[in-house]
Ligand binder design. Sequence first.
Ligand code: NAD
Ligand code: ZN
Ligand code: ZN
Length: 361
Amino acid sequence: MRGALLHAVGDDKLDIRDDLTPVPVGPGDVRVKIRATGVCHSDLSAISGVLPMPLPVVPGHEGAGVVVEAGDQVTTLQPGDHVIISWTPACGACPDCLAGQPFLCSAHMTNSFVTPRFHYDGGTPAFAMAGCGTWSEEIVVPWQGAIKVDPEVPFEAAALIGCGVTTGVGAVLNTARVRPGSTVAVVGCGGIGLSVIQGARLSGATTILAIDPLESKHAPALKVGATHAVTPGGLADALGTLTGGRGFDHGFEAVGKSAAIMTAWKATRRGGDVIVVGAGAVDDTVPLSAFSLLFEGKNILSSVYGGADVRRDFPLLAGLYKAGRLDLESMISARLRLSELNDAVAALRGGEALRQIVVFD
Ligand SMILES: NC(=O)c1ccc[n+]([C@@H]2O[C@H](COP(=O)([O-])OP(=O)(O)OC[C@H]3O[C@@H](n4cnc5c(N)ncnc54)[C@H](O)[C@@H]3O)[C@@H](O)[C@H]2O)c1
Ligand SMILES: [Zn+2]
Ligand SMILES: [Zn+2]
């Protein structure tokens, strides 16, 4: 089958091959035929080395498709089911799962670093990003990594729910718990930031400021629910006119850089929440003084995978989409084929893309 393979960190181009095979289906696994997969910045971060991955690796973690085979011990899924792939399958038994934080479960994630999920070239093993590897035609994942979804939800929308939408909307609903009437600033307007904006709109925030250095990102941000949009240089003025200089109740960072976390920090009022959604590098340190950390009274919240329980939240988000409350169409800037993935990665690197979706026949 076809799929994209990264051989070395920093490689310019992915090796798009037609001789990949997924590993055999174990008793607790399902094999899924991928029908749509998104191009998230985390994929680019895996390719550039910001997010560590075992090599060679098939990138892709935001996907949806159809179950084609289920292992003997799988009771909740069967061939023909439409599913959304979860990049953090919750084991259900570790302390994080038992504490009600399945988004922190590292059981399968850890396993993905030591257990190859594909073979190519007649038997050479290859890993899968977060154990998923949705930039291929078929994947084998544990049953907890494939969440059944209403078949009326198009695969493209389902794929977006698999990472971007759950991460962004979940950061608002689950992590920050934004209340009606709140004021929200969102730093970064890619697929994640646009999803945060949609979550803020759904939560009844009355002022939603989108912040992105690329002015081309401002119109899509306003389209999905931002009430105002500025470049980072315009933040000081916006703080004055929109909050009387006080700052926003919530400042979301959806970029993955310490500089953007500092923008979110500056945007947030005393006592407000700074929510870190972007996935930054291990050596990118946030320059916050011990004095500020205490006396500005702000709370820094981490939001991994939108603080979601995907078994609850994927269907919830699919329902919001079906009810016309989530505008996923406006988040898709291009639809392409698997063979065009290198162009998609280049476009994401260039900064102009929103979400690009690879569709399969
Ligand atoms: N928390 C999670 O579980 C999770 C899940 C998925 C993705 N992510 C991370 O979220 C981040 C965003 O992902 P994406 O797919 O939306 O990326 P993207 O590349 O599509 O969008 C990033 C946006 O940030 C803007 N930007 C760059 N520098 C900026 C700055 N200094 N200030 C303000 N805006 C700036 C860019 O112009 C771009 O519009 C990435 O770090 C990604 O890895 C986190
Ligand atoms: Zn992602
Ligand atoms: Zn667990």
